[in-house]
Design a protein around this ligand. Structure first.
Ligand code: GLN
Length: 239
């Protein structure tokens, strides 16, 4: 029997735009290629939060979607903090990335509370930041994606950025940071989907999950020529 990895997708009904579902599909497929049996659990408002979760993934959404999940997200915050503190790997994109911070104050002054895994705040800005984006990270090299957000995110003490912007806006269009990292929790504005074009990040999530659960990660060399070609082409795209 193959070793099982339980993957939790947070709020697929409300938080899943610009291809974010592809992140889940990528982790499932690559985990299979590496010899694991991934099991997908979908969590929407009101659902029972499952036990034994090995990887958490969540996507972006409109302000209205963020509003809809706010109360439920706050109710599962203690579980998510527990998992984060325990080293569970997580990837949250855009809308959920913002709500893993302290709050998102929208352009009309309305505050959506976050769960504070990342010590950061987000303020709706005057212009949407839209377009292709390239960042450089120490751990994963170049990270390539697409961003579309009005929120400007500012990191505070104890949170490292995921990368530095090479092309695009990133967290706020001002300090050149993109994304956030605490424990094994990664937040990012990059859609696209992110993981098919950035397999190093996908494998990192799987590796962290497997090592935590089984004490080792037995990887396979995957032929990533399509991902490599997608990265090459994406890098030539205008902003
Ligand atoms: N609603 C948020 C914003 O506009 C997040 C958007 C997104 O997830 N793409 O900043």
């Amino acid at each position: 029997m193959k070793p099982k990895l339980n993957l939790l997708q947070l709020y697929p009904n409300d938080m899943n735009i610009y291809g974010d579902w592809g992140n889940v599909l990528t982790v499932i497929r690559r985990a299979q290629w590496h010899g694991y049996e991934p099991v997908l659990h979908e969590y929407n408002p009101g659902d029972t939060f499952p036990n034994d979760i090995d990887v958490v993934i969540g996507g972006g959404g409109q302000d209205t979607g963020q509003d809809r999940i706010q109360t439920d997200l706050l109710s599962i915050a203690p579980r998510l903090h527990e998992l984060a503190n325990d080293g569970t790997p997580m990837l949250v994109i855009c809308g959920l990335y913002q709500l893993f911070g302290n709050f998102f104050k929208t352009k009309d002054g309305h505050e959506i509370k976050g769960i504070g895994i990342f010590n950061m705040e987000t303020h709706g800005g005057p212009e949407r930041m839209i377009g292709n984006i390239v960042t450089e990270s120490l751990e994963f090299g170049q990270i390539i994606g697409y961003e579309n957000h009005s929120g400007q995110t500012f990191l505070a003490n104890g949170v490292s950025p995921l990368g530095k912007v090479v092309k695009g806006a990133g967290n706020n269009g001002q300090d050149e940071f993109e994304g956030a990292r605490v424990h094994n929790v990664i937040g990012s504005y990059l859609h696209g989907s992110l993981l098919p074009k950035n397999p190093a990040l996908a494998d990192w999530l799987i590796e962290k999950a497997a090592t935590k659960k089984f004490g080792e990660f037995t990887s396979t060399v995957i032929d990533d020529r399509f991902a490599t070609e997608a990265r090459r082409v994406a890098l030539t795209r205008p902003r």
